[in-house]
Design a binder for this molecule. Structure first.
Ligand code: FES
Length: 170
């Protein structure tokens, strides 16, 4: 394994382990450590997952299971910023697929694809818990609510001018 966390990430993980020490396991730190690994290495390669497992003294299978369950973790290389467009039931009924199509057209990629400059990746997402404002998308930790296809051009232009960091969570 060749990857290592930066000193800053190591410090954050150590602080989190200390905070959750009472639980007797480092499992509560897995998601935060995965966010940090994704932020540091761009995506969660097998080496990155093994680093998280080793750092937290947990089985690789547990870390792999968490990383593959949640869609905010990227197991493959992608753009700096991911646009997660919801097409679940509420968003679907209020035009989510039309907005997704507008993103595909504006970005020149199909869902799952990354723009040629490696800046933006478009993902079709399940419910992102903002159903009252369907259709919606989330970029990093920023939500775009009540989106119409006509707004997509401005959203993409703003993202290109001011990329939304992926890992603001930790
Ligand atoms: S269905 Fe889209 S946010 Fe819930």
């Amino acid at each position: 394994m060749s990857l290592e966390f930066s000193p800053d990430a190591q410090k954050k993980i150590a602080a989190l382990c200390e905070r959750y020490l009472v639980s007797g396991t480092k499992k509560p730190v897995v998601m935060a450590a995965l966010h940090l690994a994704q932020k540091e290495f761009g995506h969660l390669s097998e080496d990155a997952l093994r680093l998280v497992a080793t750092t937290l003294d947990l089985p690789y299978a547990h870390v792999y299971g968490v990383a593959t369950f949640y869609t905010m973790y990227r197991l493959e290389p992608s753009g700096k910023t991911t646009i997660r467009m919801c097409t679940n039931i509420s968003c679907m009924m209020r035009g989510g697929y039309e907005v997704l199509a507008a993103f595909e057209q504006k970005l020149g990629v199909k869902k799952g694809g990354t723009t040629s400059n490696k800046q933006l990746t478009l993902v079709e997402e399940e419910c992102i818990a903002a159903c009252a404002n369907a259709p919606c998308a989330v970029v990093g930790t920023k939500y775009f609510l009540d989106i119409t296809p006509e707004q997509v051009g401005k959203i993409v232009a703003d993202l290109e001018a001011h990329p939304s960091p992926e890992s603001e969570v930790v």
